[in-house]
Design a protein around this ligand. Structure first.
Ligand code: GLA
Length: 604
């Protein structure tokens, strides 16, 4: 109240924040009124842009009032200082779409995001400097982070609640307590968030139940993450850690992800609906992970690792057994969760969204092909093998070549080979080394005359969890020796496969590592699924879009091709297959094909 005749300090409408969002006791206040966040996660980079609105509308229709997304640094800064916020990467447009659909947003800028995403969201080029320490207070790291966050801030600041946007809260880091306990690291990151303008609203941390103390800051709200069956124990831990504090589950894993060579996951939607009911009744705000997983198009899948030495690359499909499936259609969980939300909010559930019909289309046999051997760029030469990062290449393949003198063979050791290699002598395949299987060496026959050793290395996805992230250089990253003697004199062919326009395709059949061109004829664009069981292991492009990886070990055998990426008439498909043969075929089907299914979720 004004005293002694002074002018009352009343903010003008322009100065007054349009809305407010705060923590009060165990809950939130939105514009001063008690508010329960009922959120779920969706990642703009995993959903074709033309479908953003559709998926957001379906989120709203399930009863959600908020959506949560990470910002994916490596999608936006492909090379140091080169930024991309266009098209599929237009985060601000996605956030505006959410707002237009009446949804609030929780933004999680990481920069570490985990998320089964390449290197947990870090740009691979950070690893070029082997001395740089990811997720630490190393200035080489923190400076790169701050530069990124400041740039990100330019995109999202106008979309903060105080500026009239939908972002009601921002998460600092991501489950840091599962990684470390360095308070100075978290505080330093918080300071960077502040300087980037990302902390001009509500900031909080999120951690798994056993890590709350390690990954929280005393002055910030702290929320807990867990999956099916975890609720009583995890909420008890949060309430013991922060008595009387905010009750919120930052990630409730209502599904799980798939890894190559392992079972497809399905989780129990009834149990998840019951657990959501329990959390909401206890006054908890909740964000489900995921609402709609979508697809990790291109090269951007991560890999799981727990001990730092095990390696489990994630599939292109990020279906996640989420309420909305990879094709954006509700599965049974959607209605169960919608019902629980309707009961908790007293607002009747909207009818479940109609299913978008997928179609199948005729695909031609292979029209033309191109042998990798005949389509190599000029090599980079060095005595020792260079990593992908040293070659300024983030993703794809590198072919490492060195001559062998007559009679030189024996044990070929590729220490720290990341992450899948085919070994050839004079273009004859000798064998394969797979990091998943811990394979680092192979016996080379002794050639009678001089021979050429070729090692074609694929990055099947850098680890996104555990301390392994710090040493995820890719390619031939360690000692390379033959019968104990180092191999030197390398020619390295960079194969990022980001521009395939100069491939020399011919009508002749091709075997070995080959590109195959086929044509799909579309009468009316509709979602479709490419059945890749006729091929072995590689990558598939539809026009210029990199749809992702296929691998005959499964568990998923299809690649999702969304309708907006198809055109009426002829559509070009280009497959790169490591061990192709002339009979390679692709068909289309109307839904995903999974191999072995497990109904259990492993603990992260
Ligand atoms: C953690 C991470 C998420 C995701 C899930 C598992 O909770 O925070 O990014 O990796 O695990 O899907």
């Amino acid at each position: 109240m004004a005293q002694n005749g002074a002018t009352p300090a009343v903010a003008t409408p322009a100065e007054r924040p349009a809305h407010s969002f705060t923590v009060s006791g165990t809950g939130f206040l939105k514009d001063g009124k008690p508010h329960q966040v009922i959120s779920a996660e969706m990642h703009y980079v995993r959903i074709p842009r033309a479908y953003w609105r559709d998926r957001l509308r379906k989120a709203k229709a399930m009863g959600l009032n908020t959506i949560t997304t990470y910002a994916f640094w490596n999608a936006h800064e492909p090379r140091p200082g080169v930024y991309d916020f266009t098209g599929q990467h237009d985060l601000a447009a996605f956030l505006r779409d959410a707002q237009a659909e009446g949804l609030d947003v929780i933004l999680r800028p990481g920069p570490y995001v985990c998320a089964e995403w390449e290197l947990g969201g870090y740009p691979a080029w950070l690893l070029k400097d082997r001395k740089l320490v990811l997720r630490s207070t190393d200035p080489a790291y923190t400076q790169a982070v701050e530069r990124w966050l400041v740039r990100l801030g330019q995109e999202v600041k106008p979309l903060l609640l105080r500026n009239g946007g939908p972002i009601v809260a921002v998460q600092l880091e991501n489950e840091y307590g599962a990684f470390g306990s360095d308070r100075a690291y978290l505080e330093g990151l918080e300071a960077s968030y502040r300087r980037a303008g990302l902390a001009d609203g509500l900031l909080f941390t999120s951690n798994q139940a056993g890590d709350l103390a390690k990954g929280s800051l005393p002055h910030l709200p702290s929320v807990v993450n867990f999956g099916s069956g975890g609720a009583p124990n995890a909420v008890a831990k949060l309430e013991a850690y922060r008595p009387g504090g905010l009750r919120m589950v930052g990630e409730y894993w209502a599904g799980w992800f798939d890894k190559w060579g392992e079972d497809h996951h399905e989780t129990d939607g009834r149990k998840e609906a019951e657990e959501l009911r329990y959390m909401l009744a206890r006054g908890y705000s909740v964000s489900l992970y995921m609402f709609h997983g979508g697809t990790t198009f291109g090269w951007m899948n991560g890999a799981d690792s727990h001990t730092g030495t095990d390696y489990h690359p994630d599939t292109t499909s990020y279906d996640y057994d989420a309420p909305l499936d990879e094709g954006g259609n509700p599965r049974y969980k959607y209605a169960l969760l919608a019902q629980v939300i309707a009961e908790a909010t007293g607002k009747p559930a909207a009818p479940a969204p109609a299913v978008t019909r997928a179609a199948s289309f005729p695909v031609s046999p292979v029209r033309r092909s191109a042998s990798l051997w005949r389509n190599l760029p000029a090599p980079v030469r060095a005595e020792r093998p260079m990593t992908f990062e040293e070659l300024d290449q983030n993703y794809g393949y590198v072919l490492y070549r060195t001559p062998l003198a007559a009679g030189r063979g024996g044990r070929l050791l590729l220490k720290g080979m990341h992450s899948y290699a085919q070994v050839y002598l004079d273009r004859k395949l000798i064998g394969t080394l797979d990091r998943r299987l811990g394979q680092e060496s192979i016996d080379l026959p002794r050639p009678a005359g001089p021979a050429t050793l070729d090692i074609l290395v694929e990055n099947t996805g850098r680890v996104n969890y555990s301390h392994a992230i710090r040493t995820e250089q890719t390619g031939l990253t360690g000692e390379v020796s033959l019968d104990g003697a180092p191999l030197t004199g390398w020619a390295m062919f960079r194969l990022p496969m980001d521009d395939l326009s100069s491939l020399k395709l011919t009508p002749e059949p091709c075997s070995g590592p080959c590109f195959y061109e086929l044509e799909m004829t579309v009468d009316r664009p509709a979602d479709t699924w490419l059945d890749m069981r006729g091929l072995h292991k590689g990558q598939l492009w539809l026009g210029r879009k990199n749809l992702g990886r296929f691998w005959s070990i499964g568990p998923v055998h299809t690649l999702y091709a969304p309708a907006p990426w198809l055109q009426k008439g002829a559509n070009r498909l280009l497959a790169f297959d490591l061990t192709g043969d002339a009979t390679d075929r692709i068909a289309t089907v109307t839904g995903p094909i999974w191999g072995k299914v497990t109904t259990e979720r492993e603990a992260q």
